[in-house]
Design a protein around this ligand. Structure first.
Ligand SMILES: NC(=O)c1ccc[n+]([C@@H]2O[C@H](COP(=O)([O-])OP(=O)(O)OC[C@H]3O[C@@H](n4cnc5c(N)ncnc54)[C@H](O)[C@@H]3O)[C@@H](O)[C@H]2O)c1
Ligand SMILES: [Zn+2]
Length: 416
């Protein structure tokens, strides 16, 4: 196929970022130092405030080491609350509870509501249990809900905040890498149904996001590595410099080197903040965040959400999307190779499932992002740029699905 065979649905991320002044204007706080690396300067932020525009007004994402120590002051700036209700899981609360307690200076009008944050109970039953627990604890319209945890806690507690008494104030305290760079901002909340993931939910932006680097200390390595897939994604869709930074520093990043974390986490937050500020409801630009996700969601779905962490499925998905881009003449071979090489440095991924391509394509068609049964793919014309396409021929997708399992095997060994 030639380059003109498929046409983008929307303009590219590059045009968006180039043509408009950023809405999410970073205000640098605290110490800001820079260090030279491969001729470029990468700012390392000890603390950073990134603003997000939403239909309910602007809110800040505060990132930094020990940012939770400022929690009480920052929350006071949001207004008066009759009581504070922390929603978290026993596991997360064991890991970060003390830090949160100290930062919030909790008093007698506060309560902690813990629930199991396994994906298998991210459902309406859990929403009901939390809402009833809030009611028993006397939460009213002027109460504040603080969601402390990974994406599951954020999505469930966020949905409870949207629905309880038709909406109470919400502050997100993300404790996984995925939650800090992705799920805690943007306002998507919700739960799963037996019929599919995230099928019931609401757009409900938080009033504040407190992303503390220290909260990641206890995060298991597999979980951390999965989060890196989303960071790679931001590099591919919006920032070639971030991508180059990841290439140059991936071993340090895997070791959680603080200087590296202080660059790529806030940079990822900025990109997500910028995208959702321009397109909260995913009518165009926000769709770019789905790079690697059409394949990734299909892999998760056919393996019943048991084999992969989300980021691992996205990692496979990004390699497949890179190859698909090449097959339809959108992505150059050398760029495909850079994407595949970087993703593989995440380490071994759970193996590609032994299912026929038709089954994966069927899963893609039932994805809630599909419109009128048409397959849509976000592809990368070059690293740092993405576009959405809905006229990719099915036979080309099938071909990619045939050879995708051979990119790498489950142990990370190269097959092609
Ligand atoms: N709303 C959005 O925009 C959005 C975006 C991406 C993902 N999500 C959702 O997020 C969920 C996945 O989130 P996730 O990847 O953060 O995983 P998760 O919330 O399932 O957390 C993973 C595990 O890590 C534990 N954990 C969390 N923080 C910890 C810490 N600091 N120390 C030790 N253990 C910790 C949790 O208890 C859990 O067992 C999915 O349900 C997905 O649908 C939502
Ligand atoms: Zn994702």
């Amino acid at each position: 196929m030639g380059p003109s065979d498929v046409r983008p649905v929307y303009g590219s991320t590059k045009e968006f970022f180039a043509s408009r002044a950023p809405l999410a204007m970073p205000v640098y706080r605290g110490q800001c130092v820079t260090f030279k690396m491969f001729g470029s300067t990468f700012p390392r932020m000890k603390q950073k405030r990134i603003l997000v525009k939403s239909s309910a007004g602007r809110y800040a994402v505060l990132f930094g080491e020990g940012i939770l120590r400022r929690a009480s002051n920052e929350i006071r700036k949001l207004g008066e609350f009759s009581s504070t209700h922390i929603v978290s899981s026993p596991k997360v609360w064991r890991a970060v509870g003390n830090r949160v307690r100290e930062g919030l200076r909790l008093n007698s009008s506060s309560a902690v509501h813990l629930f199991n944050d396994a994906e298998s109970v991210k459902n309406l039953g859990t929403v009901e249990r939390i809402a009833r627990s809030l009611s028993h604890a006397g939460a009213d319209r002027k109460s504040l809900i603080l969601a402390v945890g990974g994406g599951v806690v954020g999505d469930v507690a966020g949905f409870v905040a949207a629905a309880y008494l038709r909406g109470v104030a919400l502050v997100q305290v993300p404790t996984t890498l995925i939650a800090q760079v992705d799920s805690a901002l943007g306002g998507k909340t919700g739960v799963d149904l037996p019929e599919g993931k995230n099928l019931v939910g609401a757009f409900y932006p938080p009033r504040l996001v407190l992303a503390d680097l220290h909260a990641l200390r206890t995060l298991p390595q597999r979980q951390y590595r999965g989060g890196l897939a989303e960071v790679i994604k931001y590099g591919v869709i919006a920032d070639a410099k971030l991508f180059a930074f990841l290439e140059a520093n991936f071993e340090r990043i895997l070791r959680r080197d603080h200087d590296a974390l202080r660059y790529f986490i806030p940079r990822s937050i900025e990109i997500k903040a910028d995208v959702v500020s321009r397109d909260e409801r995913e009518s165009s630009l926000r769709e770019m965040l789905n790079f690697g996700h059409t394949f990734g969601h299909a892999l998760e779905s056919v393996t019943k959400y048991k084999r992969y962490q989300h980021g691992e499925a996205v990692a496979w998905g990004m390699m497949a999307a890179a190859f698909l881009g090449h097959e339809v003449g959108v992505t150059r071979a050398d760029e495909v190779s850079r994407i595949v090489r970087l993703v593989r440095r995440m380490g071994p991924l759970p193996a590609w499932p032994r299912v026929p391509p038709a089954k994966l394509i069927a899963a893609m068609r039932t994805d809630k992002k599909t419109r009128a049964g048409r397959l849509r793919f976000v592809l990368a014309p070059r690293i740092g740029q993405a576009r959405s396409y809905d006229d990719v021929p099915v036979r080309v997708v099938e071909r990619v699905l045939h050879f995708a399992p051979h990119f790498v095997d489950g142990t990370g060994n190269r097959h092609v």
